[in-house]
Design a protein around this ligand. Structure first.
Ligand code: D5M
Ligand code: FE
Ligand code: ZN
Length: 470
C-alpha cells in the first residue's frame, strides 16, 4: 500500500488538490504511476481531482466491473447465509481480482509482459503509430456496419475501442469474444486516439507445453453428475445396475458427482407434479441410501448444482450438514467449483450452470457438444465468464471461478449430455445424467444421454464410457 501523503503530494506537485476517495483508490491499486495518468486527464478548470476524473470511472453497463457508481440500495434480499450486506464494492473487488489473476497469466508470456495501462495511452499522441500491448476485460462486443468486430476493452485505468479487421486471421477468434473475458491485444492507436487497431488477440489459455501429472500407482475414478434423486424421471433401475457393477470393480477408488444430486424443490414452475419425493430432506435421505449401497471403500466426492439446497450464486457452498445426516462416512462434501486431488491427479469439479450462457453467446456452440464449450472455458481460464446472464456470481474479494492452477481433469455436468475431449493435456469430461428426458427438456428439444459413467484410469488419464441403460 502507498502512503496517502505520497499520493496527495504527487498531485500537489502537479498543482492539483485531490479528493480522499481518489487517494484511497490509488492506495488500494498500489500504483503511483496512476497519479500522472489521472493528472493528465483532469480538465483544466478543475482544481480538485475527483473520482469522476479517473479514466474509465463513468459507465453504462449492467453490473459493476472496475467502475464505481452509486448502486441501487438493496434493503432486503441481498444477503446470503455467509455474508450479510454484499455491496457494489464487493463486485469491484471481485472483477479487479479476476483482472489481476488473468492478466498475470497473460503477462507471463514475453509478448504481453509489457502491457500498458489503457488510461495511459488512450488519446495520448505520444503513442500514435507505436506497436502497443494492452490487457483488458471485454466490456461489450459488436459488429460494425462494415462487418468488422469492435470490442470495448477495460482495465483498472480506462477503456478503449478495439477494432478487429474482418480480413485478418485473428478475426475468427474475435467472433468468439464474450463479455467479461480478459484478453491481450497488440496493435496501434488511431491518429485521433479513439480506436485501437488490433494486430493480434490472445487469451490466457492453457500453455502448449502443459504436461499433466499422472498417478504413480494404479487406480481408477468414476465421474458422474445430475442424479436428480426425487424426480419421476430418475432412472432407478439403471442406477442399480451401476451400483452392482461398482461392486465388481475393486480398482475403482473414487466416485465424483458434479452437482444436481437431487431434483430439489421449487426449482421450476409446477415441479411438484414431477417429483416422487416431495420433501428436500427426503430426497437427500434417499440419495444417502443409494450411496450406502455402494462399496464402502470408494471415496465419494459430492459438489452441488443448481438443483441442490444451497444458494445459486457461484461459488456455491458445500451442502450444509442438515442435508447430509444420512450420507455414509465415505462421502466428502465440497463447494461448486472445487478442486480435489486423487492420487496426485487434480480434478476441477464444476456443475456447469454457465454452459447455458456460453452456449447462447458463442457462435456455433451447442448443448450436444459440451466438450467444445469446456475448451472455451479452459481458453478463457474461467468457469463463469460473463456476468449478468443466467449464472449468478457471489461477489467477494477473490475470484474463485478462475481456472488456476490447471487441473489434469475438468469434470462438469448440468447439460445432461455427455462429452469428452482432451485439450492441451487437460481431460475434459461430462458424463450426462441419471434422469430421462423431462417435459421441460422436451420443450427445449434437449435429448439427454442418461445413465452413463465415465471411468478414468489415473495412471494413463484415459477415459472410458460405460452405458448402464443398455
Ligand atoms: O438442467 C438440465 C438441462 O436443461 C440442461 O441441458 C440445461 C437445460 N436447462 C436448464 N434450465 C434451462 C433454461 N432456463 N433454459 C434453457 N435450458 C435450460 P438442470 O440444471 O438439470 O435443470
Ligand atoms: Fe441437472
Ligand atoms: Zn443443472
Amino acid at each position: 500500500m502507498q502512503r496517502p501523503q505520497e499520493i496527495v503530494l504527487g498531485f500537489l506537485d502537479r498543482g492539483l488538490q485531490v479528493h480522499p476517495d481518489v487517494v484511497s483508490y490509488i492506495a488500494e491499486q498500489d500504483d503511483l504511476s496512476l497519479i500522472s495518468v489521472i493528472a493528465d486527464t483532469v480538465p483544466p478548470y478543475a482544481t480538485v481531482v475527483m473520482m469522476e476524473h479517473i479514466p474509465g470511472f463513468t459507465r453504462e453497463r449492467d453490473g459493476m466491473r472496475f467502475l464505481t457508481e452509486a448502486p441501487v440500495d438493496v434493503i432486503y434480499g441481498a444477503s446470503s447465509h455467509e455474508n450479510n450486506g454484499v455491496d457494489y464494492r464487493d463486485f469491484i473487488h471481485y472483477f479487479r481480482d479476476r483482472y489481476n489473476r488473468l492478466s498475470s497469466i497473460l503477462r507471463m508470456r514475453k509478448t504481453y509482459a509489457g502491457a500498458m495501462p489503457i488510461g495511459g495511452i488512450a488519446k495520448n499522441s505520444r503513442y500514435y503509430n507505436m506497436e502497443i500491448v494492452l490487457i483488458g476485460m471485454v466490456m461489450e462486443v459488436r459488429n460494425t456496419v462494415k462487418g468488422h468486430r469492435m470490442a470495448m476493452l477495460e482495465d483498472p485505468t480506462g477503456m478503449i475501442n478495439i477494432l478487429f479487421n474482418k480480413d485478418r486471421d485473428e478475426f475468427a477468434e474475435a467472433e468468439r469474444l464474450i463479455p467479461d473475458e480478459v484478453i491481450a491485444v497488440t496493435g496501434q492507436l488511431s491518429s485521433d486516439g479513439n480506436i485501437f487497431f488490433a494486430n493480434s488477440l490472445a487469451r490466457p489459455d492453457i500453455p502448449l507445453n502443459n504436461a499433466p501429472f499422472r498417478s504413480k500407482t494404479p487406480g481408477k475414478a468414476v465421474f458422474i453428475s445430475d442424479v436428480h434423486v426425487g424426480s419421476d424421471t430418475f432412472l432407478g433401475e439403471a442406477w442399480e445396475k451401476f451400483s452392482a457393477w461398482l461392486h465388481e470393480q475393486p480398482e475403482i477408488g473414487y466416485l465424483l458427482i458434479a452437482g444436481d444430486v437431487v431434483d430439489g424443490i421449487g426449482i421450476y414452475p409446477d415441479q411438484e407434479n414431477e417429483l416422487t419425493i416431495q420433501n428436500i430432506y427426503g430426497q437427500y435421505a434417499a440419495f444417502g441410501d443409494m450411496l450406502r449401497r455402494l462399496p464402502p471403500h470408494i471415496q465419494i466426492v459430492v459438489s452441488p448444482g443448481n438443483h441442490d439446497a444451497v444458494r445459486a450464486a457461484e461459488p456455491q457452498p458445500a451442502l450444509p450438514p442438515q442435508f447430509c445426516e444420512n450420507l455414509p462416512d465415505n462421502v466428502i462434501m465440497v463447494e461448486n467449483p472445487a478442486v480435489v486431488k486423487l492420487q496426485g491427479v487434480s480434478v476441477l469439479m464444476y456443475h456447469g450452470k454457465s454452459f447455458d450462457d456460453m452456449i447462447g453467446l458463442l457462435p456455433g456452440a451447442s448443448y450436444t457438444r459440451v466438450d467444445e464449450v469446456m475448451v472455451e472455458m479452459l481458453k478463457r481460464r474461467h468457469l463463469t465468464c460473463t456476468y449478468g446472464e443466467r449464472t449468478p456470481i457471489y461477489a467477494s474479494r477473490e475470484d474463485r471461478l478462475v481456472i488456476d492452477p490447471i487441473p489434469e481433469i475438468f469434470h462438469t455436468g448440468h447439460v445432461h449430455i455427455s462429452g469428452i475431449t482432451k485439450y492441451r493435456g487437460v481431460l475434459a469430461i461430462n458424463a450426462g445424467t441419471w434422469q430421462s428426458q423431462t417435459a421441460f427438456q422436451k420443450q427445449m428439444n434437449i435429448m439427454p444421454t442418461p445413465a452413463r459413467a465415465i471411468i478414468v484410469d489415473l495412471e494413463t488419464l484415459e477415459p472410458e464410457v460405460i452405458d448402464f441403460q443398455e
